[in-house]
Design a protein around this ligand. Structure first.
Ligand code: C2O
Length: 506
């Protein structure tokens, strides 16, 4: 295996977009330069990213001004707002080949996710700072993991900034969520989540954070997602626990409700969840950058508070990405150089993280960390929504275990999922449950059997195009603690799994 890079000199076909999206929507400017190697900034002051809900008027004024300036840059400037959004579209929708192979390079659904987005935000932030002539400028973060930050931050909702529409506002959002509390476990479900009291929703969000980041994400592989290399199969990928939820769920929650209609007649072309709810348009909504700043912040918490270990595989560390920097110079960065925010000269304002301290009564006792990982693994031939788009589950599985022992961290691996669709798909995985009814309390709470989630944003319609890969995915979680708390003994030779769908029946 070898580290890889997006080959920006060749044009791969754009994949997974709605029929009304063109190649140029996903193809940022590239002027043919040879990249220079990125150098860590010297003399840049340490910058603090602030919690958006607590930002001062002075800060908001500056940020608004910066985004306005970015929107006013000439079309041919790679730093302009539209071009910046296209960078994200390109890296999500296969605009580049992966190295010299015939596969597409994509940054979601695996180990590129966290480092790539850190670099993307870094340059975006440096461009805004440059436009302001203020090296201390740093992005805000949408603090959705803390009670005070669980709504769309005011600065992104303001329609009347200086009697004008704020450049931070985006009209392509779900109007029902404008003043709502965010549901980090969002998925289309029969019982509307709004029926939860605010208090219960906050508690449920804390449980979700705790489960995804502390319990199920307690290993490099399950937190960061699957390895993707030039030699790995064209088919397989699998996001880490943070990427599926809350990252994907918050995208789906913020964007419009997808209808999956090909002949989209609405003038603003919002049939696939635009803007935040589908990748090609996600970064057109300025809230994208605050959302990702918080994803990035949770990564720093996983490392500093939970002792999480990043991949140390040179195949990832030496992977290259390319960006235009704040001076519109084309630069090459290493994925591995993103692992230390200090070197990029930014940090996060402190904000309480109540979810770090075990908000779930039945999980009061942490299971001692075990060094060796071993997987209970299964492949799911039945979870194929591409050939069977109306399938809604549930799916029952019996997953054989390797003989477990207390010194082994046990992973649940569900592979072979073909669930990419033109609407959002979400299902939750429970262990040792027989029927869905028992899993329904998850709408309100989170039963002890909860063991993972799969969430996809809507995709376009060329999913089965062989040039676009086979769109197969997987879920990986650490389940030692869940099994321990359910009293599942080491003599059990298999684990019962139940996958319950939340969102594919629109
Ligand atoms: Cu590249 Cu939140 O997505």
């Amino acid at each position: 295996m070898a580290p890889t890079y997006p080959d920006w000199t060749r044009r791969h076909k754009i994949c997974d977009v709605p029929p009304y999206v063109t190649d140029s929507d996903c193809r940022p400017i590239y002027k043919g330069e040879t990249p220079r190697k990125f150098e860590f900034p010297t003399g840049l002051p340490m910058r603090t990213r602030v919690a958006a809900h607590k930002a001062s008027d002075f800060y908001v004024g500056k940020y608004v001004q910066a985004v306005e300036l970015m929107k006013k840059l000439p079309d041919e400037d790679p730093r302009n707002f539209t071009e910046q959004a296209k960078i994200h579209a390109a890296y999500c929708h296969s605009a580049y080949y992966m190295g010299k192979t015939d596969k597409a390079f994509k940054v979601h659904g695996g180990w590129f996710f966290l480092p790539w987005h850190r670099w993307y935000l870094y340059f975006y932030e440096r461009i805004l700072a440059k436009l302001l002539g203020d090296d201390t400028f740093a992005l805000p973060f949408w603090n959705w993991d803390f009670e005070g930050g669980m709504t769309i931050p005011l600065m992104y909702m303001d329609h009347s900034f200086k009697n004008d529409i704020s450049p931070l506002y985006d009209e392509n959002r779900n109007p029902e969520h404008a003043n709502a509390f965010v549901d980090l476990g969002y998925g289309k479900i029969k019982k509307p989540i709004s029926s939860l009291s605010r208090e219960n929703l906050i508690w449920k969000n804390y449980m979700i954070m705790f489960m995804q980041v502390v319990v199920l994400g307690a290993s490099t592989r399950t937190f960061h997602g699957e390895k993707i290399t030039e030699t790995s199969s064209k088919c397989t990928c699998g996001a880490g626990t943070l990427e599926y939820m809350p990252h994907n769920t918050v995208h789906n929650w913020t964007g419009t409700v997808p209808t999956g209609k090909k002949d989209c007649d609405c003038p603003s072309k919002t049939c696939y969840g635009e803007d935040m709810g589908i990748f090609y348009s996600a970064a057109r909504d300025p809230i994208f950058f605050a959302h990702h700043a918080n994803v990035d912040r949770v990564w720093t918490l996983w490392k500093t508070q939970l002792d999480g270990k990043d991949y140390d595989d040179p195949d990832l560390l030496d992977t290259k990405f390319y960006f235009y920097d704040e001076n519109a110079k084309f630069v090459e960065v290493r994925a591995g150089d993103a692992f230390d925010p200090e070197k990029l000269r930014y940090k996060y304002e402190d904000s309480p993280s109540p979810w770090l301290i075990r908000p779930i009564p039945w999980l009061m006792k942490p299971i001692a960390a075990a060094a060796i990982e071993r997987a209970a693994q299964c492949t799911l031939p039945t979870l194929d929504l591409q050939t069977n788009p109306t399938f809604s589950g549930p799916v029952k599985l019996t997953v054989p275990r390797d003989p477990p022992s207390s010194t082994i961290k046990e992973l649940l691996v569900i592979e072979g999922i073909r669930a990419q669709r033109n609407i959002a798909v979400k299902f939750d995985v429970f262990v040792q449950l027989d029927d869905c009814l028992a899993a329904t309390p998850y709408v309100d709470t989170m039963p002890p059997e909860y063991a993972g989630t799969f969430v996809e944003l809507p995709r376009g319609d060329n999913i089965d195009d062989p040039e676009c890969g086979c769109g197969q995915s997987s879920v990986h979680t650490v389940i030692s603690e869940v099994l321990g708390n359910l009293g599942v003994g080491q003599e059990e030779e298999s684990i019962k799994c139940l996958c319950v769908f939340r969102s594919n029946n629109l």
